[in-house]
Design a protein around this ligand. Structure first.
Ligand code: ZN
Length: 64
């Protein structure tokens, strides 16, 4: 799979990751990957399809 970028929430730096084979979610489910962040050394849950963090996408979800 091509490399993807995500923004580290700790350092606000763009981090490139290209780990592992392509993983498709089943039936359009969101798949998050635990990325060892090169910027801050921590782990982030990132959606490789969108490059967004799980916390970011959770904020996009409307709550009624
Ligand atoms: Zn980070």
């Amino acid at each position: 799979m091509p490399p993807f970028l995500f923004r580290c929430p700790t350092t606000a730096m763009l981090v490139q990751d290209h780990s592992g084979p392509d993983e498709q979610g089943e039936d359009g489910k969101k798949v998050y990957r635990a990325i060892n962040c090169l910027a801050c050394g921590g782990l982030h849950l990132v959606n490789p399809l969108t490059g967004k963090l799980m916390s970011e996408e959770a904020e996009d979800t409307p709550r009624w």
